[in-house]
Design a protein around this ligand. Structure first.
Ligand SMILES: [Zn+2]
Length: 324
C-alpha cells in the first residue's frame, strides 16, 4: 500500500519532469538548427555598410567655368613678351608690338633651328644677335655657365629677341668623365644661375663634344634621369657647319648651312644645325645664310619651337637630332 501510494504520488512528478526535459531538448534542437542555418551569424558587413555617398550633382550651368589652361603657344608668347618688355629697350607699346609681330610661327611652313655653342663671347655673340634682330629670326644658344656673369647683357638680349638659352655645362666638361653627383652639379649649376638671374627655365642640354654615353651606360642612364627630373631634353644635331674646322672659311660654312640635303640624305627642313658663336667667320657665314633661307621660305625657330611642332613633340629625357 505504502509502496503503491508512493508510486501514485511520484508518477505526476516524473511526468512533469519528462515534459520539461522534452521541451528543453526541443528548444536546444531549435537553437542548434537556427545556428546551423545562420540565423545568428554576425551581420554581413557589406549588407550593413551605409549606402554609398551619392555622386555630387553636376555644377549648375549658370556658374562660371574654370579658366582654361593657357596653351603652349600662349605661354610661349607670354614669356617672350615678358622679356621683350624687361630687356628689349622698347620705348613704347608700338615697339613692343613690332617686336612681338616677328615671333609668329606658321606650322605649315618649313623650319630650321640654328644653334650656337660655347658662348657668349665678347664681340661675336652680339653680332649674331644683330643679324637675328635685323631679320626678326630666332636661334638657340647653348651657353657655358662660367660665361654667365660676364655676359649678362648678351643673355638679356637673347631673351628679348625670343632666342632660346640652352645648357652646355658650366665648364664645357665631357660628362662621360663625371660621376653622377658631379654631373648633377656641372649641369644643374647652369640651370640655377639662369633661373636665379633671369627667371628663365632652361629645357635643353647639349653635351660638350656631343658625348653623352652609349645606350645603357651609367653616363647615359644618369643623364637621362637628370633630364627627366629637370624636364629637359638632350639635343644633338642634324648637321654641323664644321665652323670649328680650320679648313672651313665663311664661304664653306655658308654652303653647309644652306645645303637642302646633306651627305646623309637629311633635309634642311626640320634640321638642327650646329654652329659656334666664337669666331668671326661664323658670323660672316650667318649673315648670308639668313637672307638666303628666308628667300627659300624657311622660318628660323628655336629648338624648343621646332620640337613642339615635330611629329613626336617635346619629351623630357629624350635625345633629339632633328624634328623628323
Ligand atoms: Zn661646345
Amino acid at each position: 500500500m505504502k509502496k503503491r501510494k508512493k508510486r501514485r504520488i511520484a508518477n505526476p512528478l516524473r511526468f512533469a519532469v519528462g515534459i520539461a526535459l522534452i521541451i528543453l531538448i526541443l528548444l536546444i534542437c531549435i537553437v542548434m538548427i537556427a545556428a546551423i542555418a545562420g540565423c545568428f551569424d554576425a551581420p554581413d558587413p557589406v549588407a550593413e555598410a551605409p549606402a554609398e555617398t551619392p555622386a555630387p550633382t553636376a555644377a549648375p550651368t549658370s556658374s562660371p567655368s574654370p579658366t582654361p589652361e593657357p596653351t603652349w603657344e600662349e605661354q610661349r608668347l607670354s614669356s617672350i613678351e615678358h622679356y621683350v618688355r624687361a630687356y628689349g629697350n622698347c620705348p613704347d607699346e608700338a615697339a613692343v608690338s613690332a617686336r612681338m609681330a616677328t615671333m609668329a610661327i606658321d606650322p605649315q611652313q618649313k623650319m630650321v633651328a640654328f644653334t650656337f655653342d660655347d658662348g657668349p663671347r665678347t664681340g661675336i655673340t652680339n653680332q649674331i644677335l644683330d643679324i637675328a634682330e635685323e631679320y626678326g629670326v630666332r636661334v638657340t644658344f647653348f651657353i657655358k655657365g662660367d660665361n654667365i656673369a660676364s655676359h649678362e647683357e648678351e643673355l638679356m638680349r637673347m631673351l628679348s629677341l625670343g632666342c632660346e638659352i640652352g645648357n652646355h655645362t658650366w665648364m664645357h666638361t665631357n660628362v662621360e668623365e663625371l660621376s653622377a653627383s658631379e654631373m648633377r652639379d656641372e649641369i644643374g649649376k647652369v640651370n640655377d644661375a639662369i633661373r636665379d638671374r633671369f627667371g628663365y627655365p632652361i629645357r635643353l642640354f647639349r653635351p660638350p663634344y656631343i658625348k653623352y654615353g652609349d645606350k645603357g651606360s651609367d653616363t647615359r642612364n644618369t643623364l637621362v634621369s637628370l633630364m627627366e627630373e629637370w624636364n629637359m631634353a638632350i639635343i644633338n644635331h642634324t648637321r654641323s657647319t664644321h665652323d670649328t674646322y680650320d679648313s672651313y672659311n665663311a664661304e664653306r660654312i655658308y654652303q653647309r648651312g644652306v645645303l637642302e640635303t646633306d651627305e646623309l640624305g637629311k633635309s634642311l627642313d626640320g634640321s638642327i644645325i650646329l654652329c659656334h658663336d666664337k669666331q668671326q667667320k661664323t658670323v660672316d657665314a650667318f649673315k648670308k645664310i639668313v637672307p638666303e633661307l628666308l628667300s627659300r621660305g624657311y622660318q628660323f625657330v628655336t629648338v624648343s619651337e621646332l620640337l613642339h611642332y615635330s611629329d613626336d613633340g617635346f619629351h623630357a629625357g629624350w635625345i633629339y637630332s632633328s624634328a623628323n
